[in-house]
Ligand binder design. Sequence first.
Ligand SMILES: [Zn+2]
Length: 166
Amino acid sequence: MPDAQPEDFMQRALEQAQHAWDLGEVPVGAVVVRDGVVIATGYNQPIGRHDPTAHAEIVALRAAAEVLGNYRLPGCELYVTLEPCVMCSGAMMHARLAKIVYGAPDPKTGACGSVVNLFEHDQLNHHAQVTGGVLAEACADLLKRFFADRRAQAAAARRAALAALP
Ligand SMILES: [Zn+2]
């Protein structure tokens, strides 16, 4: 896809996020792109994997490093539906990604400006360009629908429990 736009890659990341939702995980998805081609994908799955580091970005970085046979990913771009946290931002710096593109901002744990901005520290970040806000509404909407759905399910479970009382 030589003519692919950032929105196209974010759309692919959104598809990954849907996989997370299907497994009951918070829907965040990521893809790693090199030379205009998606070389690796990942979605959030810390609960299912019993792994606090299994965020979408880390899963995608691991897969990309495996594909390239290299723990560094120079020239690669990572697209993720939600602003990366501190852990993922650190991992992406170690991977020496060229570019990071995220969708929705994360006011709770975002490390690209929302809570802190690790990438503005020249001593930490020598390699990555960061862009936010690509398909931000679609990315945020998926999360909102997920949490609304979960609240509705919890309410239904409470009602069912009450109804079952003698
Ligand atoms: Zn993270």
